[in-house]
Design a protein around this ligand. Structure first.
Ligand code: NAD
Ligand code: TDX
Length: 335
């Protein structure tokens, strides 16, 4: 089986490439990534010489490039490539629409033209909008995205759905909750707080810190996508999550405790505009229909993750320069 993984140099994509080469050493993996600020080939050092792995630098909005890649015998396209950070989408929505909507459509066209066996769209629970104090997102929850990021992901998802309904393209859409683990870019909550706490810097918690996210260790997301590729029923959506709802301030306090740093580092700052209050995934469908089960609890996963960041300081300090620095200045000012 030949898989085209888009965005495989990012956080989840690189974990997925490594996972798949371990689980299915006979699968051929082509990783296409534009290497934006979030793409980092260092993540893939351990597999760069694997005989069944190749990397191609290209943009998913590039029609001839995607046509050539998909046309070269690809069986399955797995689309991770995206602009992924909500705060950036508030500062600069245009690139989110370009990559997450137009890029998805370009890939869908290539997949249709070359009759791929499956197109897997890696999406997010954020397309469902926000929950109140009770209830969970199911696959039937209406899409009511609230940020430019989630709206652009919903746009991509709707095109995937439309290519299935209109052209019969064999597709699956997965919608996972917040991921954490190795190689997550240090703009996202958990690695940001770890790196700032280690530098004894202020930890910027938005609003009252009581917004809730449902956390999943990245390897468990990878195993779910692997199952969807091999067993997912064509045309179906699968929600992915491990029932690990936590408030943001709980996460930050856990990190401080693990690192032996004081809670006085917590600094409550202005809330994110349109900040979704609560996410919670109902994973019943993927668990009962495909037999998926997460391996990590939040308590073990967060400890492993903190240990990883402590042991890979070089990886994230190198990132905290250049392009990221410009964004950080816009987002955090001189703090
Ligand atoms: P990331 O930002 O770490 O990585 C995105 C990757 O896509 C980078 O390597 C980047 O270079 C590449 N990319 C961006 N634009 C591109 C383009 N135009 N052409 C080719 N490559 C491009 O993101 P992530 O956190 O790894 O998320 C991966 C996917 O999973 C995204 O589609 C995201 O919406 C989805 N998702 C993420 C989470 C999460 O918690 N991080 C949860 C659910 C779903
Ligand atoms: O400095 C911060 N302070 C803070 O309080 C940051 C960066 C975040 N937060 C809050 C906002 C959110 O409630 O923490 C929560 C998590 O924030 P992010 O790490 O930015 O993630 P989120 O906005 O929930 O989106 C993530 O999960 C779903 C990914 O970035 C998306 O790509 C994915 O679809």
């Amino acid at each position: 089986m030949k898989l085209l993984i888009t965005g495989g140099a990012g956080f989840i994509g690189s974990n997925f490439v490594i996972y798949m080469l371990q689980q299915h050493p006979d699968h051929q993996i082509v990783n296409v990534d534009a290497l934006t600020y979030a793409g980092n080939l260092e993540n893939l050092k351990s597999v760069e010489n694997h005989p069944n792995y190749t990397f191609v630098k290209a943009d998913i909005t590039d029609v001839p490039a995607m046509d050539a890649l998909v046309g070269d015998g690809v069986d399955v396209v797995v689309n991770f490539a995206a602009e992924s950070h909500v705060d950036r989408s508030i500062l600069e929505p245009d690139v989110f629409v370009k990559t997450n909507v137009l890029g998805t459509q370009v890939l869908l066209d290539a997949a249709k033209k070359h009759n791929v066996k499956k197109f897997v769209q890696v999406s997010t629970d954020e397309v469902y909008g926000t929950l109140g104090a009770t209830g969970l997102f199911t696959e039937e929850t209406p899409l009511t995205p609230n940020s430019p990021y989630s709206a652009s992901k919903a746009g991509g998802d709707l095109l995937v759905r439309a290519y299935h309904e209109t052209f019969g393209l064999p597709v699956n859409i997965t919608r996972c909750s917040n991921n954490y683990g190795p190689y997550q870019f240090p703009e996202k909550l958990i690695p940001l707080m770890i790196s700032r706490a280690l530098a004894d810097g202020a930890l910027p918690v938005y609003g009252d810190g009581l917004n809730i996210r449902d956390w999943l260790y990245v390897e468990d997301h990878c195993s779910a996508i692997d199952l969807v590729i091999h067993k997912g029923v064509l045309g179906e959506v699968y929600n992915i999550g491990g029932n690990n709802e936590r408030t943001n301030v709980h996460i930050v306090k856990t990190i401080l405790q693990e690192l032996g740093k004081p809670e006085s580092l917590i600094t409550y700052v202005q809330d994110r505009p349109g900040h979704d209050r609560r996410y919670g995934i109902d994973p019943t469908k993927i668990m009962t229909e495909l037999g998926w089960k997460p391996k990590h609890t939040f308590e073990t996963g967060i400890k492993e993750t903190i240990r990883w960041y402590l042991n890979h300081k070089d990886w994230w300090t190198r990132i905290q320069s250049g392009e990221y620095q410009k964004y950080a200045e816009k987002q955090y000012g001189s703090r």
